[in-house]
Design a protein around this ligand. Structure first.
Ligand SMILES: Nc1ncnc2c1ncn2[C@@H]1O[C@H](COP(=O)(O)OP(=O)(O)OP(=O)(O)O)[C@@H](O)[C@H]1O
Ligand SMILES: [Mg+2]
Length: 236
């Protein structure tokens, strides 16, 4: 299998805090990878390094074998990496369609066509002309997901995509992610273990900036070390 994205000894240090501490991992073409780990484990910081938002303090990132460590976020996005960040980034005053159009493409007509297609792929075509500010939380999450999907990236990175969703919305999101995975590689961070179990194949566990383990979902969830780092959290 070809590696789409690889990191080698990735490190991100903020003063005395080493948020990401020597992470080496590979995401393969077409993969659906789940990333889990307790609060502060370094998951979001790792993502921000992958997308060029942070410049890692050590280590390297490769895209299809090419070193992209020094590239800026726009260049990385253009290569085909899309991210839905943990913090929402929607403009309430725009309609869903306008919001999704913001992720730029060649022409306005092309942007609109792709935006509409993304909304439809996510089952929210009917919301295209509704103001984002008036949508329910779960619907807003889907509009944000549409913004990521619209440019048709090869790799989609999702940082807690189901946060604040109802159980029903979360189940639907799991179906959607499996569907999207037929055309895009996906890396997803979630704390909702029911959701992770629903979609997981390979799971990578972060703990204190490092990879604690990486294995099949069944093996990871049965591992006492993983239970330990979650102490009382929903890894049953
Ligand atoms: N910009 C920053 N400046 C200083 N410290 C930071 C910064 N961003 C993150 N950190 C620290 O790095 C560590 C990892 O944070 P990060 O947000 O990556 O964790 P996370 O695994 O995404 O957690 P959560 O599950 O709560 O989202 C934490 O100790 C955090 O306080
Ligand atoms: Mg985070």
């Amino acid at each position: 299998m070809t590696a789409l994205l690889t990191t080698e000894g990735l490190q991100m240090r903020f003063g005395g805090v080493v948020a990401v501490d020597g992470v080496s991992l590979a995401i393969n073409e077409g993969e659906l990878r789940c990333l889990i780990g307790p609060n502060g484990a370094g998951k979001s910081t790792f993502f921000k390094c992958l997308t060029g938002q942070y410049k890692p303090t050590a280590g390297r990132i490769f895209w299809r074998g090419k070193d992209i460590t020094a590239l800026d976020p726009f260049a990385i996005a253009r290569l085909g990496v899309g991210i839905k960040t943990q913090v929402p980034s929607l403009f309430d005053g725009l309609t869903a369609l306008e919001g999704v159009c913001l992720c730029r493409h060649s022409s306005e007509a092309e942007a609109k066509r792709r935006a509409m297609r993304a909304l439809e792929r996510l089952g929210i075509g009917a919301l295209a002309n509704r103001r984002v500010g008036l949508l329910a939380h779960g619907q807003r999450q889907l509009v944000e997901l549409a913004m990521v999907v619209a440019p048709e990236p090869d790799l989609i990175i999702l940082d807690e995509p189901t946060a604040g969703m109802s159980t029903e919305e979360t189940n639907r999101a799991a179906d959607l992610i499996r569907e999207l995975n037929q055309q895009h590689a996906i890396v997803v961070v979630e704390h909702d273990m029911q959701f992770i179990r629903a979609i997981a194949r390979t799971v990578t566990v972060f703990h204190q900036g490092r990879v604690l383990m990486e294995d099949s979902a069944a093996t990871v969830f049965a591992d006492p070390r993983v239970r330990d780092v979650y102490l009382g959290k929903a890894v049953a």
